[in-house]
Design a binder for this molecule. Sequence first.
Ligand code: NAD
Ligand code: DAU
Length: 353
Amino acid sequence: MDQEKAILVTGGAGFIGSHVVRLLVNKYPHYRIINLDALTYAGNLANLKDVEGKPNYAFEKANICDEDSVNKIFSDYHIEAVIHLAAESHVDRSISNPTGFFMTNIIGTVNLLNAARSHWDENFTGKCFYHISTDEVYGSLGSEGMFTEHTPYDPRSPYSSSKASSDHIVRSYFHTYQLPVKLSNCSNNYGANQFPEKLIPLLINNIRKELPLPIYGEGLNVRDWLWVEDHARAIDVVFHEGKFGETYNIGGVNEWKNIDLVHLLCDLMDEKLGREKGTARKLITFVKDRAGHDMRYAIDASKIESELDWKPSVQFEQGLSSTIDWYLSNQDWIDDVTSGDYKNYYSNQYRNR
Ligand code: NAD
Ligand code: DAU
């Protein structure tokens, strides 16, 4: 990649985006990283306190659904590459309020593609539009098999269908306009700075406060967990070395039944909080299942491993332990994001379950 390249990272104030921004700003001082984020409930500039003063970093508060703002940022910064993470990302919110997911995840993506197309003006040399997506587009697995890059799409929630739509649209710009695009589809991430609507930080926060731990259904659903910094490393590798027009599946090779993960988390928390073993497990409360709850996700990451030499670096127990440590030593962060609107979200989401 060229010196002085201006890279637009969308959604950089969110969970994964903030880890991607940090990695790029620190590793590539000669790149200019422009973080475009609307700062929705999920965006938090406190996630990037350590990079905000760096000379190769800039923040622009903007909504990807607003064409004029997106175009202005493209021309002000002479954007040459996009790493697109901005999205509405929580399945439960997509079930109660789907429309915003279709606006941001589909129309917002179209606006970015159109801006790239028109500002790059058919001169695609050195340009790249990298779309970050999810394994949920592939649907739900039974007890066997894994998602490969060739698994047919079968999204089953408003969130996953909005992401699936955006993936198809990104690919259509490659085939129709030869826009230089890349995609990756990743499994469940965990780590520091994840908003506590998602399973792991929600449980950590509730255990700390000795609140019930809401487990959907019987806790038998399976997810494939990946350390967020390993995802950020994979994004760096795909961005620099992935082929245009290609998709790369990224996963942790780390499947956990929800209830087993919850037990592990409870035991680690008891140990770290100096509580008697078994204390946190007593908080487990089985609640009404999520509508259309996908049973199992598992990623076959052999393509990125063999072609781009990426693989996960952190063992789950080690990653989970340091994730807990991060939340316990950043209680101001969690208290801040759980004040205000979070309380309304939580009571609406878990009332009557
Ligand atoms: P997140 O919800 O933590 O962050 C999303 C960010 O996007 C926030 O900073 C938010 O302010 C911003 N945003 C939302 N709507 C916007 C808009 N209209 N305009 C501009 N900014 C907007 O999400 P995340 O978990 O970090 O996920 C990031 C991306 O990775 C998403 O595209 C998601 O689909 C994908 N992904 C997430 C996971 C996961 O486990 N979290 C796994 C695979 C893929
Ligand atoms: O697979 C990638 C996806 O992982 C990403 O695309 C999404 O953006 C991300 O949110 C995540 O989706 P999930 O729905 O798998 O994650 P979540 O943390 O919401 O839930 C994980 C599992 O835990 C799932 O089976 C539902 C269950 N769960 C979740 C919550 C919030 C509970 O049992 N109780 C809960 O309170």
